[in-house]
Design a protein around this ligand. Structure first.
Ligand code: NAD
Length: 532
């Protein structure tokens, strides 16, 4: 304990956790995940944030502007200890060219969704969401299971690595194409993927063997997704499901065009960015055309939150936009019901704290099979990265129940240290090609909601509040708010965690109710959130 309170200490531990080599994709460049999603502007900022958090009083608030600490203000104990805004640009300037220029001058940084607000917990963070997405794919297209089905996808980065286990959870077989062999090896080491094929022939043999035995299996293949997808198509094969999780939202830093080696990509990005972008644009059009052809031949195809279809459309292939997005196609009902990715992190660093909480959740929420199945699977298959943590999709009542369980266990001395509660940036996010695509009232691009979400969380007791742009789909395409609250067993922290949980989930529900979803309207009435 280096700080003057558990909120500051907890946030400091989360910052260091995001940059732990076990957790971050490239800690030496402060890159946590998702292309260039960073935990702080630069190394000097990391040192200053650490030093400021250590000195911060329990009635002060630290301000962070795109990863750089810029001031400390007097506030009060119920106020957040840290507030941040990140990657924001005036709307007419919100494009990558402007952003990269300002980034090169050291004036801003890309924060992704959970990188800059230190809520990242490794691949586990998106794993249940990935399992739920494939679960919905199974329900809607394959009678409830992926047994005997195969998925072709790509990208084994921070988030993409959730795909092998996400497909296996639903009984299916997955072939993941990844251009960087070191990423493949890392996922094999962490048991996030079962096997690596030597070439496409072996990969397809392993896939077909598991499909015919109806056994879950995950196979990684080193290669460029655009090349491999085309080759699979040319062999006359049609996977049951096709998607992609390269970091295609950033065509300069997150995507490797076919014909360019990894080493050459690193060089060209700096030496000839315009040329690189041109190669990426050309390649992504071919890549998405192949995905479209799979769709025509009967595969289920969707954009998995990396904006790939929009990148292809912007490069001249307008038809790409007929590919559905994963949220509007599969996950919207969860958000209408206020159920989404919630995560808790043991600040003690002890795995036993997470297992203790697992046991209580399995008892208290035993009637919810989705939760109990998930906790059992997570215990058996998901390795911790950095601070032990758990992700679970919970609704408002269940999150409030967890706040009470943690408080009670801390008071009884059954947890070694306080726990951080946080979440992914879903709920009241504005993201017209992802979370808010195809809203019934046409409000897809309205960005008031995440700002309201952030402001409300700031008065409701969050320990950290952030408002950012560009998570998932890239600069210009999303605005979202993050929140973290540290639960330390005190009455003040219980009050803060209860209030902010209610506000944070509530604003997501009313956003969907306001758009006209009957389910969200009903849930909003149940919680007394609506104003009618
Ligand atoms: P990452 O940068 O950690 O990993 C991207 C991976 O793609 C890298 O390993 C890279 O080597 C690989 N790659 C790039 N071009 C390739 C190509 N042509 N062929 C094969 N592999 C290639 O990113 P991440 O954290 O895994 O996120 C992936 C994408 O998903 C991002 O666009 C991110 O914004 C988006 N995302 C989706 C969700 C979701 O819920 N679906 C959540 C967060 C982020």
């Amino acid at each position: 304990m280096r700080c003057k309170g558990w909120e500051q200490e907890g946030l400091l531990r989360l910052l260091m956790n995001s940059l732990d080599p076990e957790v971050a994709e490239c800690p030496e460049e402060l890159i946590v995940y998702g292309g260039t999603g960073k935990a702080a502007r630069d190394k000097k900022s990391v040192a200053q944030i650490k030093e400021r958090l250590i000195r911060l009083e329990n009635d002060q608030t630290l301000l962070i502007q795109s990863g750089k600490p810029v001031g400390v203000f007097p506030s009060h104990p119920f106020a957040p200890r840290v507030i941040m805004a990140g990657s924001l640009l005036v709307p007419a300037y919100s494009d990558y060219e402007t952003f990269w220029q300002l980034e090169r001058r050291g004036l801003t940084a890309y924060g992704q969704s959970t990188a800059s607000c230190w809520a990242y917990i490794g691949t586990q963070g998106v794993l249940e969401g990935t399992a739920n997405t494939y679960g919905e794919v199974a329900k809607r297209h394959f009678g409830g299971t992926l047994r005997g089905r195969w998925v072709l996808t790509s990208g084994l980065g921070g988030m993409g690595s959730a795909q092998p286990l996400g497909v296996e959870y639903n009984g299916g077989v997955v072939l993941v194409v990844e251009v960087d062999e070191s990423k493949v090896d890392r996922r094999l080491r962490n048991s996030l993927c079962q096997m690596k094929a030597a070439d496409l022939d072996e990969a397809l043999f392993l896939v077909q063997e598991a499909v015919s035995r109806k056994e879950p299996r995950s196979v990684a293949l080193v290669g460029n997704a655009a090349d491999v997808y085309r080759e699979v198509l040319q062999r006359g094969l049609v996977p049951d499901v096709v998607t992609d999780q390269t970091a295609a939202h950033d065509l300069l830093n997150g995507y490797v065009p076919a014909g360019v080696s990894l080493a050459e990509a690193v060089r060209l990005r700096v030496a000839a960015p315009e040329k690189y972008l041109e190669l990426s644009r050309r390649c992504i059009v071919e890549h998405v055309k192949t995905m479209m052809e799979f769709m025509r031949r009967g595969a289920v195809v969707f954009d998995y939150g990396n904006n790939i279809r929009h990148q292809a459309a912007a490069a001249g292939y307008a038809e790409a936009m007929t590919i559905p997005g994963f949220v509007s196609a599969y996950l919207r009902d969860y958000f209408c019901a206020g159920r989404g990715p919630f995560r808790w992190i043991a600040l003690s660093g002890r795995a036993e704290d997470i297992y203790t909480l697992d046991e209580f959740i399995l008892t208290e929420l035993k009637d919810d099979e989705e939760i109990t199945n998930w906790i059992h699977f997570a215990q058996a298959r998901i390795p911790f990265q950095g601070l032990p943590a758990r992700i679970c999709w919970l609704n408002l009542d269940q999150r409030l129940c967890l706040v009470d369980i943690i408080t009670k266990l801390l008071r009884e001395g059954k947890l070694a240290a306080p726990v951080a509660l946080t979440r992914d940036h879903m709920g009241a996010i504005a993201s017209p090609w992802r979370e808010t695509e195809k809203m019934p009232d046409g409000s897809d691009a309205i960005a008031d909601w995440p700002v309201l979400n952030g402001l409300l969380n700031a008065i409701s007791g969050a320990s950290l509040v952030s408002v950012q742009q560009g998570g998932g789909v890239g600069i210009g395409y999303s605005i979202h708010a993050g929140m973290t609250v540290i639960v330390d067993g005190s009455e003040l922290s219980r009050k803060k965690a209860t209030q902010v949980t209610y506000s944070d989930v509530g604003v997501g529900i009313i956003r969907h109710a306001d758009a006209g979803y009957p389910l969200a309207q009903e849930i909003s009435r149940q919680y007394g959130l609506n104003i009618d």
